[in-house]
Design a protein around this ligand. Structure first.
Ligand code: ASP
Length: 438
C-alpha cells in the first residue's frame, strides 16, 4: 500500500485535480491521499494559505479582508464548478471560515482551512471518505506534535477505510484546538500517515522531478539523483538542499519506509527514491550530491597543550551556549580548537563573546575568520572507493581555490570543505565536473 501526498502546486486548479486523479488510477496501491491547500497557478499567483494568513492578519487589525477572502472563495468555487461538484458544501464551509475570522478565530484554525477545504472537495469529487486531520493528528498543549498518540489515532481511524483523503498540515490538541505544523507541513502529515499504516512506500508528489545533485542555480543542468539514503538526504538538507519538509523525514525513516519524490506534471519520470539502507559497495557513486552554504565564521583558538587541558572545549562551548549561539562544526587539532558558527548570530554579540572566551580558557591566540562558505560533498561511496578524496582536493585546487578548513563528518558520508564565500560556486562546479558530470 502506498500513501501519496500531493503538494499545493499539484492541486492548484481543476486541471491539476485531474492529473492527481490520473496518477491515483495508474497505481491501485495508492490508497491514502494526503493533500495540501491549492498553491500558485503561476509565478504571480498567491497560495491559498498565504491568502488565509493575510485574512487573519487583517481581521486581527480590524481591517477589511474581503478582497483576499473573495480570492479564496473564487478559487474553490472555480475548482468545484469545473469539476462539476455541487458547490453547496463548499459555500457553507466558506461561510463558516468567514464568520470564524470575524469572531477572532486562531491563526492555526484559519491557516488550516486551505487543506481542509481542498481535501473535502477532492474527496467529494473522487467519491472517497474524508478523514479530518483534527481527529487523527494530535498536538500537545504547547503545540508540539505528540507522535505516539498520532500514530495510534491514524491507525485506528484509517483501518476502517480501504481508501481515504486526509488534509495535511494540521491536527488538534486534546481540547480540539486546531494546531499546524510549520509551513510546508503537509509533508509531515503524509509521512505520519505512511508510518502509522506501515506503508510500502511514501510518495511525495510535488512540482519538481526529484532531488538534484547540486543547486540548479549554480549547475543549471544538475542531474536528478535517482536514489539516495535518508542519511545522505539529511546531510544535503542541512546545507540547504531541500524538496521536502525536514520533519517529514523522521517518521518514515524510523519506520523503514522509503520515500519517493515525484513530479505531478511528469508522472512518467521515476523521480528520486530515498531509502534506508546503503546500496551495495561497488555500485555507489562517489559523490551523490553537493551542497553549499555561505555565512560561517571560524573562531580558531590556539593554546599549547590544549589537548591535556580537561574542560577546554566545554568552557568555550558554555560561553556560546550562554549567548544562545549554536556551534555548527567543531574541528580540532592537538593545540587548536576551531569552532564554526553562523556569522550573523555571532556578530550580534561578538565582542562580549570573545572577551568571555578569552577569560574562560586564556588561549595563546584567537583568530576569527569571517566570510567562510562550507561545501559538503555527500556520498555513501566517498570513503569506500579508492582515491576519491585526492580527486576532490585536486579538482578544487586546480581552480585556484584555497581550502580554509576541511573535515570529514563522523557519519563517513560527507567531506566538508570551507572556502572563501566568493569561491562557493566555483568550488561546487569543480567538484560537480570531477564526479558527477558525465
Ligand atoms: N499549505 C501549507 C503551506 O503553504 C502547508 C503545505 O502546503 O504543506 O505551507
Amino acid at each position: 500500500m502506498i500513501v501519496a501526498k500531493f503538494g499545493g502546486s499539484s492541486l492548484a486548479d481543476a486541471a491539476h485535480f485531474h492529473m492527481v486523479k490520473d496518477i491515483l488510477a495508474l497505481e491501485p496501491r495508492r490508497r491514502y491521499v494526503v493533500v495540501s491547500a491549492p498553491g500558485k497557478r503561476s509565478d504571480t499567483d498567491q497560495k491559498i494559505t498565504d491568502l488565509l494568513l493575510t485574512c487573519h492578519n487583517k481581521a486581527q487589525r480590524g481591517a477589511s479582508f474581503d478582497a483576499e477572502f473573495a480570492l479564496v472563495t473564487e478559487r474553490y468555487q472555480d475548482i468545484a464548478r469545473e469539476l462539476e461538484i455541487d458547490d453547496h458544501i463548499i459555500d457553507s464551509e466558506l461561510m463558516e471560515v468567514k464568520s470564524a475570522l470575524q469572531t477572532g478565530a486562531s491563526i492555526s484554525y484559519v491557516a488550516s482551512r486551505g487543506e481542509y477545504l481542498c481535501a473535502k472537495l477532492f474527496a467529494k469529487w473522487m467519491n472517497l471518505p474524508f478523514v479530518d486531520a483534527k481527529d487523527i493528528v494530535r498536538f500537545d498543549s504547547l503545540g508540539k506534535l505528540n507522535q505516539a498518540a498520532t500514530l495510534r489515532l491514524i491507525k485506528d481511524a484509517l483501518k476502517k477505510h480501504r481508501k481515504a483523503v486526509i488534509p495535511g498540515f494540521y491536527g488538534a490538541d486534546e481540547e480540539s484546538n486546531i494546531c499546524t505544523f510549520t509551513r510546508g507541513g503537509s509533508d509531515v502529515s503524509g509521512a505520519l500517515v505512511a508510518a502509522a499504516l506501515d506503508a510500502d512506500l511514501y510518495e511525495n508528489w510535488t512540482d519538481v522531478t526529484g532531488f538534484r545533485s547540486a543547486d540548479p542555480r549554480i549547475i543549471e543542468d544538475a542531474s536528478y539523483i535517482s536514489s539516495l539514503t535518508y542519511r545522505e538526504l539529511r546531510e544535503l538538507s542541512y546545507m540547504g538542499a531541500s524538496v521536502m519538509h525536514e520533519d517529514a523525514v523522521f517518521p518514515v525513516r524510523n519506520a523503514g519506509i522509503p520515500t519517493s519524490i515525484r513530479n505531478t506534471a511528469n508522472p512518467q519520470h521515476p523521480g528520486t527514491l530515498i531509502v534506508h539502507t546503503l546500496r551495495q559497495i561497488g555500485k555507489l557513486p562517489a559523490v551523490t550530491g553537493i551542497a553549499g552554504r555561505r555565512g560561517f565564521t571560524t573562531i580558531i583558538l590556539e593554546k599549547m597543550k590544549m589537548n591535556d587541558e580537561i574542560g577546554f572545549g566545554r568552557k568555550v562551548l558554555s560561553v556560546l551556549e550562554k549567548h544562545c549561539i549554536n556551534f555548527e562544526h567543531l574541528p580540532t587539532g592537538i593545540d587548536a580548537l576551531c569552532v564554526m558558527v553562523n556569522t550573523d548570530a555571532l556578530n550580534s554579540k561578538r565582542t562580549v563573546i570573545m572577551d568571555e572566551i578569552e577569560a574562560a580558557v586564556h588561549p595563546d591566540a584567537i583568530n576569527v575568520q569571517e566570510g567562510i562558505a562550507l561545501v559538503a560533498c555527500v556520498g555513501a561511496g566517498l570513503f569506500k572507493l579508492h582515491g576519491t578524496i585526492a580527486r576532490l582536493f585536486t579538482a578544487v585546487a586546480e581552480q585556484g581555490i584555497t581550502i580554509r578548513t576541511m573535515f570529514q563528518a563522523p557519519s563517513e558520508l560527507s567531506i566538508i570543505i570551507g572556502v572563501d564565500e566568493h569561491h562557493l560556486e566555483s568550488a561546487i562546479k569543480a567538484i560537480y565536473d570531477a564526479f558527477i558530470r558525465e
